[in-house]
Ligand binder design. Structure first.
Ligand code: 5AD
Ligand code: SF4
Length: 462
């Protein structure tokens, strides 16, 4: 008998990847995905703990699900409710105390055991929780990815973080840094390519700190650059991206790869968080604003057209107007194509939560508005500069309107292209006709598949 699984992802792209893997892991047990919680036998909330707002979403979602579970029970059907992901890892059994109807709680490193958890919960009707950290085992035991595989697909290569920025929960929720062996990554990518995947985005909380067991029994470890070079050999795979990186791990070989490898897309998400050295120090980032600028200069020297993006936090404890001005100055100096910015959120258990001089909410809001106005101005300017350009766009899925397919430019801009569904999965040359704040519009300039050509200007080949 076929059962139904409703799964909702909160937070980052890695959670989206993990949710897809949970769908894969439940499929052989007769669970088919549904978009309707009302008909689900199993509901999974894959949660995010990065900021308070994200974490609280799980409780309001559980509040919404409660009557659904009760209604199904009345009609003699059982709905298991599971909380997965980083809130599960951080808050564990506390979730059950706040919302007793939860049947299962498990963290990001044990979801490969979901079929067993479900079977147990169905059999004994007890509450179960699992929050260990056996990352290695998880990747070895997961089935080959199937759900969520499209023209552009995520591939987790690294998890966890050893950096311990003082605002961040990741080292506690995802655990220590772990890199998957290169062979496992290459096999997964080759299998994706054989199924029509043209672009992969390598995921990791600290992806450029990747140090995975070398492929082909070569011994030793590979860096991210070595992995990317090997991935570029896979036939059919035309585009490679990676996210999220740390400035301290922007090594020479990785920067050099941006110069030498056309398949490595000209886009880099490199969070700086703040432009003030005092705040960067308090955040335990391990670099100064000037160190960051120097990294960017090296990256731009290697790949002059690279589009840059960053994360920013405003209102970290102790941040003064002068510190904040330095963040604005850094943004002006660098010039971003796109960025994410947040008000500092006090996370229990992180050093930042106990620091003196917490910044009032109103000040945070003011600073965020000012920063976002500047970042938005830069994004609009970047998108506007695309008008008239011819760009190679990977067409991914139906767009907003009939007769439009949405794809990505090499610079990760979303592009609405006037064409039809037959073109999904192709990389086509598109003439950009219009720039909106968050996306572009364009028309196919030429009917040939442009393959790997993804740059406005040809990178120098060393
Ligand atoms: N408060 C606000 N933003 C945070 N981030 C991480 N922790 C916090 C926090 N406590 C932001 C950082 C990080 C991004 C993923 O989320 O900018 O790079
Ligand atoms: Fe969090 Fe990133 Fe800092 Fe690690 S490097 S602690 S994931 S912000």
């Amino acid at each position: 008998m076929s059962k139904k699984l409703y799964i909702k992802s909160f937070g980052c792209q890695m959670n989206v990847y993990d949710s897809d893997r949970m769908i894969d892991v439940m499929a052989p047990h007769g669970y088919a995905q549904t978009d309707e919680p009302e008909e689900a036998d199993l509901i999974v909330l894959n949660t995010c703990h990065i900021r308070e707002k994200a974490a609280e979403k799980v409780y309001s979602e559980l509040g919404r699900l409660k009557p659904i579970k009760t209604a199904r029970e009345r009609s003699g059907e059982r709905t298991l409710i599971a909380v997965a992901g980083c809130v599960a890892q951080a808050e564990g059994d506390e979730i059950k105390r706040r919302q007793p109807m939860v049947d299962l709680v498990f963290g990001p490193q044990t979801y490969h055991k979901l079929p067993g958890f479900v079977a147990q919960a169905l059999a004994d009707e007890e509450f179960h929780s699992s929050t260990e950290f056996p990352v290695e085992e998880k990747f070895e035991q997961l089935p080959a990815p199937s759900h969520g595989v499209g023209p552009s697909t995520f591939l987790t290569i690294q998890e966890g973080c050893d950096k311990f920025c003082t605002f961040c929960v990741v080292p506690y929720t995802r655990g220590a840094e772990f890199s998957r062996p290169a062979n496992a990554v290459l096999d997964e990518a080759a299998s994706f390519a054989s199924r029509g995947v043209r672009e992969i985005t390598l995921l990791g909380q600290n992806v450029n700190a990747y140090r995975g067991e070398a492929a082909l029994g070569q011994g030793g470890q590979w860096s991210l650059a070595q992995l990317v070079v090997a991935l570029a050999e896979i036939e059919g795979l035309e585009r490679i991206r990676y996210t999220t990186s740390h400035p301290r791990d922007m090594t020479d070989d990785l920067i050099e790869t941006h110069a030498s490898l056309t398949k490595l897309m000209p886009y880099l998400h490199l969070p700086v968080q703040s432009g003030s050295d005092r705040i960067l120090k308090a955040m335990n980032r391990g670099h100064s604003a000037q160190d960051y600028v120097k990294v960017i200069e090296r990256v731009r020297a290697a790949r002059p057209d690279i589009a840059l993006s960053s994360d920013f936090i405003v209102g970290f404890p102790g941040e003064t107007d002068k510190d904040f001005e330095q963040t604005l100055a850094l943004v002006r100096e660098i010039g971003y194509a796109q960025s994410f910015s947040f008000k500092y959120s006090r996370r229990p258990g992180t050093p930042g939560a106990d620091m003196p001089a917490q910044v009032p909410e109103a000040v945070k809001s003011e600073r965020l508005a000012a920063l976002q106005a500047l970042l938005s101005e830069q994004q609009i300017a970047f998108n506007t500069s695309s008008i008239g350009q011819k760009m190679a766009v990977l067409l991914e899925k139906p767009g907003r309107h009939e007769g439009q397919i949405v794809g990505r430019s090499p610079y990760l801009q979303s592009v609405q292209v006037d064409t039809n569904e037959q073109d999904i999965g192709r990389i086509v040359d598109v003439r950009i006709t219009e720039a909106l704040n968050h996306s572009l519009r364009g028309k196919i300039a030429q009917e040939t598949d442009m393959g790997i050509q993804g740059s406005r200007i040809q990178p120098c080949v060393s």
